[in-house]
Design a binder for this molecule. Structure first.
Ligand code: PGA
Length: 256
């Protein structure tokens, strides 16, 4: 049995009730004939309840974009794992590069968030990725290794069982400059090998999805790569037809 692809929408800080209702309606109707691929949407926190209701009875899985390490307490503006679980979230993105770079989240904090997510029954989607400067300097693998090892050393390789890791080169996010399959696949293989250094079975089962300017036109060649198991989609996920088409590509490639 191969790994089931995952296509997850990261809506970031976009949304508005009416727009979300039509977006989900469009995704639901477009996906009726799509099987063999897992599909998730990660709206901003305030829309979780609405989206949770709108996806009921569909295969669309609910996810969040971030969580606090703590469970409750005096942490103004934060949202905790138990809250996300109560609102029906299955996935939660941790360590997205925008969190790391704009909000100063360190590798250690991301590892704590990963642990907090699992503690509350959520499946973390762990984002890793190098900046353009690292790629130019040839330090891509070093950066990714540090990001991964921060989690492995804090929570153990067993915590990566059935993991979802998103490789998102920072230079490719929102830039229209998708990594080519030749750029992405070696990094996905590197991530899998790094896991395999601890546990071959866990490495084989981990889903390593790609993120960074994925659209319906470039998805096929990426998904065709051995170690690319789906996508985390930002901009293109705000258009129902485009997002559905990416999901269809994943289903077609998986069925081949
Ligand atoms: P993008 O974003 O598809 O708009 O590049 C991807 C992400 O940041 O997860």
């Amino acid at each position: 049995m191969g790994r089931q692809p995952l296509v997850a929408a990261n809506w970031k800080m976009h949304g508005q009730r009416g727009r979300i209702a039509s977006l989900i309606a469009g995704i639901r109707s477009g996906l009726t004939a799509v099987g063999g691929v897992e599909i998730a949407v990660c709206p901003p926190y305030v829309y979780l309840q609405q989206v949770g209701e709108l996806v009921t009875g569909s295969p669309i899985i609910l996810g969040a974009q971030n969580l606090a390490v703590e469970e409750s307490g005096a942490f103004t503006g934060e949202i905790s794992g138990p809250m996300l679980a109560e609102f029906g979230c299955h996935y939660v993105i941790v360590g997205h590069s925008e969190r790391r770079n704009l909000f100063g989240e360190s590798d250690a904090l991301v590892a704590d968030k990963f642990i907090a997510a699992q503690k509350h029954g959520l499946v973390p989607v762990l984002c890793v990725g190098e900046k353009a400067v690292h790629r130019k300097a040839g330090t891509t693998e070093k950066v990714i290794a540090e990001q991964l090892d921060a989690v492995i050393s804090k929570s153990g390789i067993e915590s990566l069982a059935n993991a979802v890791i998103a490789y998102e080169p920072v230079w490719a996010i929102g830039s229209g400059k998708t990594a080519t399959p030749d750029q992405a696949q070696p990094v996905h293989a590197f991530i899998r090998n790094r896991l395999a250094g601890h546990d071959a079975g866990i490495a084989e089962e981990a889903r390593i999805i790609y993120g960074g300017s994925v659209n319906a036109a470039n998805a096929k060649e990426l998904f065709a790569e051995t170690d690319i198991d789906g996508a985390l989609v930002g901009g293109a996920s705000l258009n129902a037809e485009e997002f559905v088409n990416i999901c269809k590509v994943a289903a077609t490639v998986a069925a081949d």
